[in-house]
Design a protein around this ligand. Sequence first.
Ligand code: G6P
Ligand code: ZN
Length: 541
Amino acid sequence: MTTYSTAPIGGQKPGTSGLRKKTPVFMGPNYLENFVQATFDAIGGVSGKTLVLGGDGRYFGAEAAQVILKMAAANGAARVIVGQGAWLSTPAASNLIRARGADGGLILSASHNPGGPNEDFGVKYNMANGGPAPEAVTEAIYARTQEIAEYRKLEAPDVNLTAIGESHLDAMVVEVVDPVLAYADLMETLFDFKALRGLFHEGFTMRMDAMCAITGPYAVEIFENRLGAAPGTVVHETPLPDFGGMHPDPNPTWAHELMAELMGEGAPDFGAASDGDGDRNMILGPGCYVSPSDSLAVIAANAHLVPGYAGGLKGVARSMPTSAAVDRVAEALGIDCYETPTGWKFFGNLMDAGRVSLCGEESFGTGSDHVREKDGLWAVLMWLNIIAARGQGVAEILADHWARFGRNYYSRHDYEALPTDVATAMLDDLRDRLSGLLGRAVSGLVIAGADEFTYTDPVDGSVSARQGFRILFEGGSRVVLRLSGTGTEGATLRVYLERYVPGPEGLDEDPQAALDPIIVATEEIVGIRARTGRAGPDVIT
Ligand code: G6P
Ligand code: ZN
């Protein structure tokens, strides 16, 4: 028997990046099966197709992979290429889909959310271009979950995913591959590995915190084995089902061990961290934190120093809440700069159409058209290659960048797990008052514009409305507010603060101090503390 009857389960709506729920929800009867079958149905079935499968090693990932393999076989798939141990980082999965010409792939991860029996799990479908499914597809998947009546799954023993090689599930080939090899080889084609080996040979020191997540094996292979960084350069390098209790999100709050090391005495020359599934990155120098928006701008300004980008960039793109630092670089380079909604999926069309080669988001995501996902280790290698080519450290490169382009002071304040009704009422109320804000002076700042961001994809014309509130102040400062699309508990309000200082004066302030007038004005306009009863944000990045 391969066909099982089922009934729709509510709430299976993919968010910013796939379907994410608490692990026990995913482990509930038919929950995973319904979503996977709905995905297969929504993409026109998988009969005769080749899929890629893998995830970040979190709790329930290996079991979920077995379920998906048996469902793919019962649905007639020809081949599934799966990372050994059901492991694949998100960028490595994107690369495998592209390199092997697969029809798509399933990634088992809840990214930077904690993992474990009571934490988060997730499933995301990626297309043949290696990128996350666009909204039309995720909406079709959601629609299908609401009418599903049966799913197909083979009755078979589990497949051995520990040994590399091919086996069969009924007529379907299961090909277990080394999760690291093809990705590490791709990195060798983009970066000057010889120069990087030289850098480490001369004694350059680095700390890479893999946060007990999937980047560990990739980072050890690339930095320690191929580039000769000292053994032990990569810490927390073994992926664990619960990430060793860590919250695998590379930001100053959650990567606090790395922060303490880089901000302390005897810090290494360079520090970096990645998230659960390996697509995010945080960049640090001794005593110096690089904001993701600045990192994107610095990478854009220096990409020509890196072999894979020596011919120049086609264009760049950033999500709307990301600072405009990269816009200034694009202007100087004479290339286009696109502003998209939050979510990597919006970059796919621009990259496929050859309009951009570099993309980034304030949420610690940076990447290029070498794959169709953001890529944590790629960003680390970009910085290392730039450091090697310029012979300067992180702080010098940043200071030089600000002196040339001015500085976009930037910070994000998150209010987590708010009651959903309180958060939506607050933003609904702001929407109603938006047009009346124009011209008002608040805490000494004059409001020069206020709207809700709508994006029209320049490639396929699709429209995405309600992508965040923007309040612009005279002089180029702004605040953006939106609700997170990746949280699994209540609503998370994100407040993005930005202020531009052209220099040469005032380039070395503390960002929170530099942004204080905007923080005060935002409270006056939106009333976050007053309406939520919170004293302040839970996370500041
Ligand atoms: C994921 C997506 C990113 C997005 C980020 C923040 O990492 O891949 O593209 O920027 O989530 O999303 P959120 O909706 O939580 O602000
Ligand atoms: Zn991630």
